[in-house]
Design a protein. Structure first.
Lengths: 105, 394
């Protein structure tokens, strides 16, 4: 099975260690290498990108490494890709110029 | 758990034996090289911030800090004779360590050739002394490790940094000191770090140091804290990026913030985790860590970063399996196994811990025996700091 890694027990996202296709069954592994969860992806997810482990309501915090890494700007479902399209920083928003460059790719 | 090291007069323990030949002013750099190249243990270093005493106080503190590092077994100081930044300003700081320091003035010696000759005879004597020194076992409380990351990629926050964090926790639990740095990388991680400071005072110092750095890098032009590469690689916010970087420091409480200023370069007063106020530029940052007392440095990367330091061994940890294959002649620890599912973060962390002890005890790193090194000191611009209304003095 394909693997995603959950960096801390409190996290509501995991990060993919391989390319995931829609409907892939995945193992969620912890820092200790223990499988803590399994489920199916809803969206394709590229290596290094995040997948939601639980429903995250709009306005709720996204948690990785046991800390807040931002806020959901729309409802996120378990299995969804989590990134700049549905997560915003609470510290420094990404400049429009950089977002433009990313959209071009 | 012990490591094998060389005891110095002040009770500190070095993991290598280096003769530091310091050109206190950079017009003496060539002389320093000519002297140092004659014996294997000698390293020539200099600073490029001028020969004036006023304005170079922080530079003198950093250079003296390096000279005081327990890896340095003896020091030669070189001056021209006309400078206001005389060798004595370095000497009075280095004297605290009790190690042998010899000072030469080019003018007093009668020119470059005579200074080189005299310098060579001095370092040859120092080298003979070094060959008689033996390693003895010491507790980990005598060890300080410096932490740095560079050439970071998506794997850094998933593999190399968390694995190093596991090793750092083990070291700190065994009494060692660990120093992480790069306030610029902590922007976005203030909340997380604030929860881990041992006292309110440490928290305030930490927040000040990070805020100062943010001011330096946001002077009106839009700075890219997050670039296209970060985002395409999967990082969604500066908090996430910063936390990935901070993870290399493990999870223990932060015992102190080490000042790096015109006033002083601080070293850890005891074991524990410390944050050092300094640049993120790789070569200069490693010199900062050595000036702060680190005898050994752990460097995490997604690429390679093959600069070498001759004042402290650098253990390179790479979390990207492809980069590791490409650069395995340079990389000491392959953390890419985490990405491949062959090892857990914990397992690699344990490996790193053991490698650190072995390298401290004498095992050379992959790049160490090549015999080259890069040395550079960084000083924040005091005029700009004043203009921004910030101060490095905490």
């Amino acid at each position: 099975m394909k693997r995603v890694i959950k960096m801390a027990p409190e996290d509501n996202v995991a990060t993919s260690l391989e390319r995931l296709e829609v409907g892939d069954e995945i193992e969620v592994v912890s820092e200790k290498g223990v499988v803590v969860d399994t489920f199916r992806t809803l969206q394709p997810i590229v290596f290094g990108h995040k997948i939601a482990l639980a429903t995250i309501a709009e306005g709720s915090k996204v948690i990785k490494y046991g800390e807040y890494i931002g806020e959901a700007i729309q409802l996120i479902n378990r299995g969804d890709h989590v990134h700049i399209h549905n997560l915003k920083s609470l510290r420094i928003p990404i400049p429009e110029k950089v977002l433009e460059e990313v959209r071009m790719e | 758990m012990k490591f094998m090291g060389f005891e110095r007069p002040d009770g500190s323990v070095g993991v290598r034996n280096i003769i530091l030949v310091v050109a206190g002013v950079d017009c003496m750099e060539g002389v320093a090289r000519r002297i140092a190249e004659k014996v294997p243990s000698a390293v020539a270093v200099t600073q490029h911030y001028s020969c004036l005493h006023v304005g170079t106080e922080q530079v003198v503190n950093i250079m003296s800090g390096v000279a005081k590092n327990p890896n340095i077994s003896a020091v030669v100081l070189l001056g021209m004779g006309c400078e206001s930044l005389k060798p004595k300003f370095y000497q009075e700081q280095i004297a605290e360590s009790g190690k042998p320091v010899k000072s030469l003035s080019c003018y007093e010696e009668g020119g470059v050739k005579k200074t080189v000759q005299k310098g060579i005879s001095i370092v040859k004597e120092m080298e003979t002394k070094i060959s008689t020194l033996k390693r003895r076992p010491f507790d980990l409380e005598k060890l300080t490790i410096g932490l740095k990351c560079g050439g970071s990629d998506t794997t850094s926050g998933l593999a190399a940094n968390p694995a190093l964090g596991v090793a750092v926790d083990m070291l700190v639990d065994n009494g060692a000191a660990a120093i992480f740095t790069e306030p610029i990388e902590a922007i976005g991680g203030e909340e997380a770090l604030s929860k881990r400071t041992k006292t309110q005072d440490v928290k305030e110092r930490l927040l000040k140091v990070i805020s100062n750095e943010e001011k330096r890098y946001t002077t009106g032009t839009e700075v890219e804290f997050m670039c296209k590469g970060n985002i395409l690689g999967g990082l969604s916010s500066i908090e996430e990026k910063s936390l990935g970087s901070i993870h290399k420091a493990g999870s223990r409480k932060i015992s102190g913030v080490l000042e790096n200023s015109q006033r002083i370069v601080e070293t850890p007063p005891a074991g524990g985790l410390y944050f050092f106020d300094g640049t993120h530029f790789d070569v200069q940052s490693i010199i900062n860590l050595v000036a702060a007392g680190a005898q050994i440095v752990a460097y995490t990367t997604g690429w390679g970063a093959s600069f070498e330091s001759l004042v402290a061994p650098i253990i390179r940890i790479c979390g990207n399996p492809e980069s590791y294959e490409q650069m395995k002649d340079d990389i000491d620890i392959n953390a890419g196994t985490i990405i491949q599912g062959k090892e857990s973060i914990e397992e690699v962390g344990q490996r790193i811990f053991h490698e650190l002890i072995e390298v401290a005890s004498g095992k050379p790193t992959k790049l160490e025996d090549l015999g080259y090194g890069t040395f550079a000191i960084y000083r924040e611009d005091p005029a700009m700091d004043r203009f921004l209304g910030i101060s490095k003095i905490l």
